[in-house]
Each structure stands twice: as structure tokens, then as C-alpha cells.
Design a protein around this ligand. Structure first.
Ligand code: ACO
Length: 327
């Protein structure tokens, strides 16, 4: 006999928060470091500046500040959190998980905290994972965090990659609620295909080189796959949830490249006016890019309660995924 709960549990968004390092590097600053130009970077990517972590700033310190701001926005205390899912590919240490350091920094001694490693898709994977915990009834309130210090794994002599990335963190508080109004995470789809490893990877690690390694990417190869992959999973999520792209209020994609964002939106008929873009200000902050963009659009009044919001990302692995949220 299967047990059918009378009221469905949903993971509802209570608040979001962000933290960007204070130091900003403009394209003009990068012109002094590698053979590049503001024109090239803006035309190819839409990026104009990025934030870079300074001394003393790490993935966990940025994540902790973003989490504190998300808790404040949600109006809930840290000790009400029993689940922390933190997406990062640039952890403070090989172990323990950065999530446990954030847990300790917030003074949380209950529940569970763990990291997710899905590179730029990390935040979508973290939302989907937290949603499964919350809707199963096993946990009550989650902090979902995307936090990165990609500047620490860049080859600052490689102009084909170093101009693209930045540092930052974003966080979201998700609450398990018995919901009849159909708000919260409505659906998600996650994918991966490890055959694509060589197109985007870090060339070091504890078990291979015993070094941290540096990011390597065949940008053109990534570009070729990105639009098809993210629009496929979004189409699946629309089907799963009985919604259509026309129903969206906001499209909040991973902020890697303006051309990928625009082409993905165009393929699904999403108008430019519904896209939240922060890539020009933040660059590609990997797992942090979506929560940073969400926070920007919530704080400037664009995303409001009841809005239908699609998030999507694609990253190293390859990994890719999408999630639909009724705010
Ligand atoms: N400044 C100036 N010239 C450059 C730079 C630079 N920073 N980087 C590369 N070039 C040159 C190349 O050397 C090449 O010169 P050549 O023709 O003399 O050989 C020329 O520009 C064109 O290079 P391409 O790599 O073919 O340029 P493309 O138009 O493909 O743009 C880019 C490169 C921006 C990386 C693009 O391929 C892209 O956006 N790809 C997707 C990358 C991405 O989004 N990755 C992240 C997704 S996953 C994740 O977020 C981790």
C-alpha cells in the first residue's frame, strides 16, 4: 500500500542573500595583465567587470555572509536551519565540506550540512537536492548556497579563460510547508554526461597531481553544447509541471555568457524583458551566479511573491539542469 499525503509538502522560498568581494577588476584592469581588450570581452561575453576575493576572503567566508543575509531577509534564525546544501567547485579545503564550516560559523549544531560538486550547475543541483529532502518530510528548513572563488583556480596567463570568471556567493532559505497554493519549487531536472570532461576541467586534484590545478576550457566546444542542453531540460521541466515558457515571469539563467543566455531564451520564445542578467557586473561566478542574480532581482523589486521563475545552468562534467520555482 502506498501512502499518499493529503497535503503536498513544498519547498518555499523565504529569502535570498548575496555577498560579493569588495575588489572589482574591470576589463581595462585585465588588459594590463593579458593580451585582451574590453571590446573583445564585451562582444564575446557581455562581461564588463568581476569581483575578486581578497586576502582573508574564502569560499566559506563569502558563503557565510550570503547565508546571514538570506536568513535576515527570510526573518528566521540560524538555529531553525536543519539542512545546508552548499554548491562549490572551489572549497576552502579538500575536506571537510565547506558547508560544515558555514554551519559552524553560523553557530548551527543541529541537522546536516554537505557540499555538492556540479561546477556551474551546482546551485540548480543544490536546490533540487534540498527540495527532495524537504518534500520527503525528513528536514524542515534549508539553506541552499552557491559559493565560489574561481579566481584561485584560474591560470592568470591564459587569456581564453581568465577574463571570464569572478568570485561571489549567494544563498536561499527554503522552508518545508504544507502548501495548497502551489508555491515553491514546482519541478526540477538534472543531467550529466561525463564523456565531455575534457572540454571543461581543472587539471589537478588530490588523487591525481596532489595540486589544486588550473581551469582549462575549450570555449567553442562548451558553447556548441550549452544552448541545446539547457533548453532541453527546461522543456522537460515545463512538461513535468504543465507550464509553458509564456507563463514565466522571470528567466534567471546561469550567468556565463550573454550570447548563450540570449540564444537559450530565444529558442524557447522568452522575451529579453523577462531575462535577469548580471553577467556584465559579476562575470561567471559558477555555482554562485544564479543566487547572485536572484538576489539582485529580488532586491530591485523585479521578482515578487507569486512570480514564476525558471533557473537553469550548464557546467563542467558536463552537468546541466533546470528548476521551476513559484516565488
Ligand atoms: N582576448 C582577446 N582575444 C582572445 C581572448 C581574449 N581574452 N581569448 C581568446 N582570444 C582569441 C583567440 O585566441 C582566437 O584568436 P585566433 O582566431 O587568432 O586563434 C579568437 O580570439 C577567437 O577565439 P574563440 O575561442 O574561437 O572565440 P569565441 O568566439 O568562441 O569566444 C568564448 C570565446 C567567449 C570563450 C566562447 O567560446 C564562449 O563563451 N564559450 C562558452 C564558454 C562558457 O560559457 N563557459 C562557461 C560555461 S560552463 C561554466 O560556467 C563553467
Amino acid at each position: 500500500m502506498t501512502f499518499e499525503p493529503k497535503t503536498k509538502i513544498r519547498s518555499r522560498v523565504l529569502g535570498v542573500g548575496a555577498c560579493l568581494p569588495g575588489r572589482i577588476a574591470t576589463n581595462a584592469d585585465l588588459e594590463k595583465m593579458v593580451d585582451t581588450s574590453d571590446d573583445w570581452i564585451v562582444q564575446r561575453t557581455g562581461i564588463r567587470q568581476r569581483h575578486l576575493a581578497g586576502p582573508g576572503e574564502t569560499t566559506s567566508t563569502l558563503a557565510t555572509k550570503a547565508a546571514e543575509r538570506a536568513l535576515a531577509a527570510a526573518g528566521v534564525s540560524a538555529d531553525s536551519i536543519d539542512l545546508i546544501v552548499l554548491a562549490t567547485s572551489t572549497p576552502d579545503y579538500t575536506f571537510p565540506a565547506t558547508a560544515t564550516q558555514v554551519q559552524a560559523a553560523l553557530g548551527i549544531t543541529q541537522g546536516v550540512a554537505f557540499d555538492i560538486q556540479a561546477v556551474c550547475s551546482g546551485f540548480v543541483f543544490a536546490v533540487a537536492t534540498a527540495d527532495k529532502f524537504l518534500t520527503s518530510g525528513s528536514h524542515k528548513r534549508a539553506l541552499v548556497i552557491g559559493a565560489e572563488t574561481f579566481s584561485r583556480i584560474l591560470d592568470w596567463e591564459d587569456r581564453t579563460t581568465c577574463v571570464l570568471f569572478g568570485d561571489g556567493a549567494g544563498a536561499m532559505v527554503l522552508d518545508a510547508v504544507c502548501d495548497q497554493s502551489n508555491t515553491g519549487v514546482l519541478g526540477s531536472r538534472l543531467r550529466s554526461d561525463g564523456r565531455h570532461r575534457a572540454k571543461l576541467f581543472v587539471d589537478g586534484g588530490p588523487s591525481t597531481t596532489q595540486t589544486v590545478g588550473r581551469l582549462r576550457m575549450s570555449g567553442r566546444e562548451v558553447f556548441k553544447h550549452a544552448v541545446g542542453m539547457v533548453t532541453d531540460v527546461m522543456t522537460d521541466v515545463f512538461k513535468d509541471t504543465g507550464t509553458r515558457s509564456e507563463d514565466l515571469d522571470w528567466f534567471v539563467p546561469h550567468q556565463a555568457n550573454e550570447r548563450i543566455i540570449d540564444a537559450s531564451a530565444a529558442k524557447l520564445g522568452i522575451p529579453l524583458s523577462k531575462i535577469v542578467k548580471t553577467v556584465s557586473m559579476h562575470g561567471n561566478t559558477s555555482a554562485a551566479s544564479i543566487p547572485l542574480a536572484l538576489c539582485t532581482a529580488v532586491n530591485d523589486g523585479r521578482i515578487k511573491r507569486g512570480d514564476l521563475v525558471m533557473i537553469e545552468a550548464m557546467g563542467g562534467g558536463f552537468t546541466w539542469g533546470a528548476a521551476l520555482i513559484r516565488w
